[in-house]
Ligand binder design. Structure first.
Ligand code: COA
Length: 155
């Protein structure tokens, strides 16, 4: 497995990965209504492209298959962070986060922070993130329970 910067050609795989991970993994912690709102059936790939303009996007890849991806943004904001549903608990997230931390340090970011799902909280805790607060985030008429988590990077 290698970690590299995202390319436009990755978008169809990323889009599918996101959809399947939310539907098959996050569905253990969120209702069907939440999951269907979070990952709509129809999602134009060009939206990913426009979205990624605002982030450094890293992908984990093995033999042309995308196993995970994550978004990092100044001044240390981690946004999307998803691993393929068939590759959970195999160290993909750890490798992605190691790379995110390296990129953040190179950019002089002092802290990483994210609104973390119930599902991902144990992973971020294991990686040294502290829970600052519980969040009830409104999205399309629904309220999503998340955790604001942060980790200070050692200079
Ligand atoms: C969170 C996520 C990215 C972690 O990726 P991953 O590749 O499965 O993580 P790793 O295999 O590197 O896990 C590293 C360690 O984190 C902890 N961990 C990860 N997932 C865990 C879980 N569901 N429950 C408890 N601990 C967990 C474990 O200590 C694990 O080590 P171990 O497997 O040796 O016990 C992945 O589960 C995911 O895609 N979740 C759904 C999407 C999501 O909610 N993304 C975040 C949006 S904020």
């Amino acid at each position: 497995m290698k970690i590299r910067e995202f390319k436009d050609k990755d978008i169809p795989q990323i889009s599918k990965l996101y959809f399947n991970t939310v539907r098959k993994i996050n569905s253990k912690d969120y209702s069907r209504e939440h999951v269907e709102t979070w990952s709509p059936e129809i999602y134009d790939d060009s939206l990913w492209s426009r979205r990624f303009d605002n982030y450094t996007v890293l992908v984990a890849e093995d033999a042309d298959m995308i196993l995970g991806f994550c978004e990092l943004q100044y001044p240390g904001h981690i946004d999307c962070f998803y691993v393929h549903y068939q590759w959970q608990r195999k160290g993909v997230g750890t490798q992605l986060l190691n790379s995110v931390e390296s990129v953040a340090e190179k950019n002089g970011f002092k802290r990483l922070f994210a609104d973390v799902s119930i599902t991902a909280r144990p992973f971020f805790s294991k990686r040294g993130f502290e829970t600052v607060s519980e969040i009830n985030k409104k999205y399309r008429e629904l309220t999503f329970k998340l955790y604001f988590m942060e980790k200070y990077l050692i200079a």
